[in-house]
Ligand binder design. Structure first.
Ligand code: IPM
Ligand code: MG
Length: 378
């Protein structure tokens, strides 16, 4: 019987529908070539939908829960007060669906220009695993005497042993299947309470993964090691806010937000995982046809890897890298080909089975489903 996957598609706002449209064309090609099929349901969500209906994540939760995976474009529009969609949709989805690990590969692909002079693809192939449901992102806090000279603002960061354990365990498993090095990134010299809990969990779980070497780097120091010596890292695990910040730095190193991609993984199968490019809705270029669809197409590759379609995932990654590496620039009219044209080129390579596996010798994207299970305590 043909393998079939149910995909919920949320194109969202701005350039979201344009880049997701490309990803779906590539998905058509992958289905034709690799013998599986998807049932796709597209949902209206995001700024325009919110302005029209007042609906956020809560109204879609039950519908989305039944999907095998969610392919997400981007959300945001200057007409909606900042924070409403971010917290009411994106964070709500990550938390309600317990998408505990935000996996963000930082990989300089062959032929892709980087602002870091002298950096080569061999030296830049790491993964940042960001805790995705806790920390400062729980949105707890309060303001007393707001609007007066005595205003007091308190903002909390929530760190639970269980929440840290599940993401650190995932990071160890990922490292065990790669170059066997796990770096904790935090700020233990200042955020002493949270930092200590993170360090304890890493030390405890390290006994189950003796072949993985562990290491620690403060988040400020990470900001110079990451661009200058990315070869030092294999898997980096970090808290939600630090992860948000250092993955933007990672994106710059690998050629910009147009290229960077992410998976928001539910680790216990209780709800679907979500796949998205790292970029936002970019209202300034929406509708111009000059958005780079690579991040979105690579998120499709991550999704296919997660669904067990490893060959298709590798092919989509390699085809994207081939087209990316041929572009004179990574964004705007300087790319020399518009969004839809790039999507069609990538789809054609996948459909014609013309991918060059040498372009991506050790694909992370294709291997997500093949992770070993958690190891029990001794
Ligand atoms: C990201 C984004 C989000 C975050 C925003 C849009 C809520 O910056 O996915 O990195 O802060 O996590
Ligand atoms: Mg971010």
């Amino acid at each position: 019987m043909t393998r079939s996957h149910q995909i919920a598609v949320l194109p969202g706002d701005g350039i979201g529908p344009e880049v997701v449209g490309c990803a779906l064309e590539v998905l058509d090609a992958a289905e034709a070539r690799y013998g599986f099929r998807t049932e796709r349901r597209e949902y209206a969500a995001g700024a325009a939908h919110y302005l029209e209906t007042g609906e956020l994540f809560a109204e879609l939760e039950d519908e989305l829960r039944g999907a095998d995976a969610i392919l997400f474009g981007s959300m945001g529009d200057p007409r909606v007060t900042p924070g409403i969609l971010e917290r009411g949709f994106i964070l709500e989805m990550r938390q309600r669906f317990q998408q505990a690990a935000n996996v963000r590969p930082v990989r300089l692909y062959s032929g892709v220009p980087t602002p870091i002079s002298g950096l080569t693809p061999e030296r830049c192939e790491l993964v940042i695993v960001r805790e995705n449901t806790e920390g400062a992102y729980v949105g707890r806090g309060s303001t007393v005497h707001a609007g007066t000279p005595n205003a007091v603002a308190m903002q909390e960061s929530l760190n639970t042993r269980a929440g840290i354990e599940r993401v650190v365990d995932f990071a160890f498993r990922l490292a065990a299947g790669r170059r066997k090095r796990l770096t904790l990134c935090h700020k233990t010299n200042i955020l002493v309470a949270a930092g200590q809990l993170w360090q304890e969990v890493v030390a405890d779980l390290a006994t189950r993964y003796p072949e993985v070497e562990t290491d620690y780097v403060h988040v400020d120091a990470m900001c110079f090691h990451l661009p200058l010596a990315p070869e030092r890292f294999d898997v980096v695990v970090t808290d939600n806010l630090f992860g948000d910040i250092i993955t933007d730095l990672g994106a710059v190193i690998q050629g910009g937000l147009g290229v960077a991609t992410s998976a928001n993984l539910n680790l216990d199968g209780s709800a679907p995982s979500m796949f998205e490019a790292i970029h936002g809705s970019a209202p300034d270029i929406a509708g111009t046809g000059w958005a780079n669809p690579s991040g979105a197409i690579l998120s499709l590759a991550l999704m296919l890897g997660h669904l067990g379609e490893a060959d298709a995932a590798r092919a989509v990654e390699a085809a994207t890298v081939e087209v990316l590496g041929s572009l004179p620039a990574l964004s705007g009219p300087e790319m020399g080909a518009a969004t839809a044209e790039l999507g069609s080129r990538i789809a054609a390579i996948v459909r014609d089975d013309a991918t060059d596996p040498e372009l991506v010798p050790n694909s992370l994207l294709g291997t997500l489903a093949a992770l070993e299970p958690s190891r029990p305590a001794a």
